[in-house]
Ligand binder design. Structure first.
Ligand SMILES: [Zn+2]
Length: 203
């Protein structure tokens, strides 16, 4: 942790100095944010949206949780994920949403039969309540369960009212990425019209 603190100290702008160079290159730190995309990713420490995309501060609006989960949209039952998606699309006006799954995901393992751990009961309970379909798929599927889990999140995301309207009017695009930790490659999920896990292809 000490190295993280030391690095944080090096980027803290002093009031009497100019902003740090990484903020000067294309981003005014005091201007309102205008991110290009909402990036939904797992909290896994090995998944870094900035590393994967090369994004500078200001380019990505991020939503991260265990398992890059998009809960089902339920009117009158707000979640942090629903609020973040609504804000990104409705207020910030992002034109793209990326849902990024990854290999060797602990959340996906939790959803498989026998995945319950007493030391992470809340995790198991939340994941199973928000992922009924991907849990069933993971139990029976011959394909990569992580990719099936990603497809399930994309399907739920497209049902959010603001997302559905944005897609219908051509203002919004939804992307599914699957990051393979073993070789560093990113695969693109199939489109809505071809929702087969066999159709994942290099980005
Ligand atoms: Zn994960």
């Amino acid at each position: 942790m000490e190295s993280l603190i030391q690095h944080a100290r090096t980027i803290t702008p002093h009031p009497s100095t100019s902003p740090h160079p990484h903020l000067r290159t294309g981003t005014n730190a005091t201007a309102p944010q205008r991110p290009e995309a909402l990036f939904i990713a797992c909290s896994d420490a090995r998944v870094s949206p900035s590393f994967l995309t090369g994004a500078r501060p200001g380019q990505l609006f991020e939503l991260r949780n265990v398992g890059n989960v998009v809960p089902p949209y339920r009117p009158g039952r707000p979640t942090g994920e629903a609020a973040t998606i609504e804000y990104a699309v409705g207020v910030l006006g992002v034109t793209d949403i990326v849902v990024c799954g990854h290999s060797d995901c602990g959340a996906v393992r939790t959803l498989r039969p026998g995945g319950l751990s007493i030391s992470a009961f809340t995790t198991w309970w939340w994941l199973t309540r928000t992922n009924q379909r991907s849990r069933q798929a993971a139990a029976a599927a011959p394909a990569d369960p992580g990719q099936l889990h990603l497809l399930a999140q994309l399907e739920k995301l497209r049902r959010y009212p603001k997302v559905a309207r944005g897609l219908a009017h051509g203002r919004l695009r939804v992307h599914g990425w699957f990051y393979n930790l073993s070789d560093g490659r990113i695969l693109a999920a199939p489109t809505e019209n071809s929702p087969s896990a066999a159709s994942f292809a290099p980005l």
